[in-house]
Design a protein around this ligand. Structure first.
Ligand code: GLN
Length: 275
């Protein structure tokens, strides 16, 4: 077994290289998830023959096989880093994306007042709402999702936090309160976009935004004014080619001071507006 792991490791990295540009890092992550040992161990010969280690070895084999079938790494390891911590993810939640951190960054840099009320619509794993709640302990965050299973995961991710609560609902339906800030990374991919095929492991309801990808944004903007305080703030993530459409919808609903922001890749990604 001890020499077997060497061979296994080399074979695995070769296999992972067919689907990933970072096969070594992925091997280490999968190794760590299967064995509970640190990633550094993945590069050394630590497998001695005993039944516990063989069980781990089988699990690692299974993980490598799943990854080679295209399952995204976070769904296998069950975690994804976002903002300042690792979030639990399941196939009922979207995998939080680095570009979404822009929403968190903007909100934290633009608002210093105490006791603000924030609404995170379509929270999924809870990435946005929980990150804000952790940074601003005197703010109160309400996080919603249509999916009870996603909310279960978000609740686990929020353990220990007292300033966030969760509500199951469709966008702003059944939300009565007024908020200083509404934020959302809604589904925004067009129904016929071929990229959806490459995202087949992720929940479609978290990705697809109807015919033109803008149905959720329209629904949120249409209802947001009612649930924002006067001169409240709306922050929305959108597709790289949707900026002008979202601005148009915001203007139609009398939002003002509309600003657009680009992600690190230089794509228009986030819009902020006042009610
Ligand atoms: N708010 C979550 C995220 O940004 C989920 C978004 C979604 O499901 N569209 O990861």
């Amino acid at each position: 077994m001890t020499s077997g792991i060497d061979e296994f490791r080399q074979e695995s990295i070769k296999k992972l290289a067919k689907i990933s540009s970072e096969p070594l890092r992925e091997y280490m992550e999968l190794f760590s998830a299967a064995t509970g040992l640190s990633k550094a161990y993945a590069l050394t010969n630590i497998f001695e023959v005993n039944s516990e280690k063989i069980k781990n070895f089988r699990l690692l084999e299974e993980y490598i096989a799943q990854r080679c079938l295209g399952m995204p790494l976070p769904y296998i390891t069950g975690t994804k880093g976002f903002w300042k911590k690792d979030f639990r993810v399941t196939t009922d939640t979207l995998i939080p994306r680095p570009e979404t951190e822009l929403l968190v960054e903007l909100i934290l840099s633009e608002h210093k007042r105490k006791n603000l009320k924030v609404l995170d619509l379509g929270t999924g794993s809870g990435a946005i709402g929980i990150s804000i709640a952790e940074e601003m302990p005197d703010w109160t965050i309400t996080a919603t999702d249509m999916s009870l299973l996603a909310l279960q995961t978000a609740k686990i991710n929020s353990r220990g936090l007292k300033n966030i609560n969760f509500v199951q609902c469709f966008w702003l339906n059944s939300i009565g309160a007024s908020f200083d800030i509404i934020v959302s990374n809604p589904p925004y991919i067009c129904r016929n976009d071929p990229h959806l095929e490459n995202l087949s492991f992720e929940p479609r309801i978290a990705l697809e935004g109807g015919e033109d990808g803008l149905s959720p944004a329209r629904e949120i903007i249409r209802r947001a004014k009612i649930n924002l305080v006067e001169k409240g703030h709306l922050y929305l993530e959108h597709g790289h080619n949707q900026r002008d459409d979202v601005v148009q919808i915001l203007r139609e609903h009398a939002f003002f001071k509309i600003n657009s922001y680009q992600d690190l890749a230089g794509h228009d990604r986030v819009i902020r507006a006042n009610s």
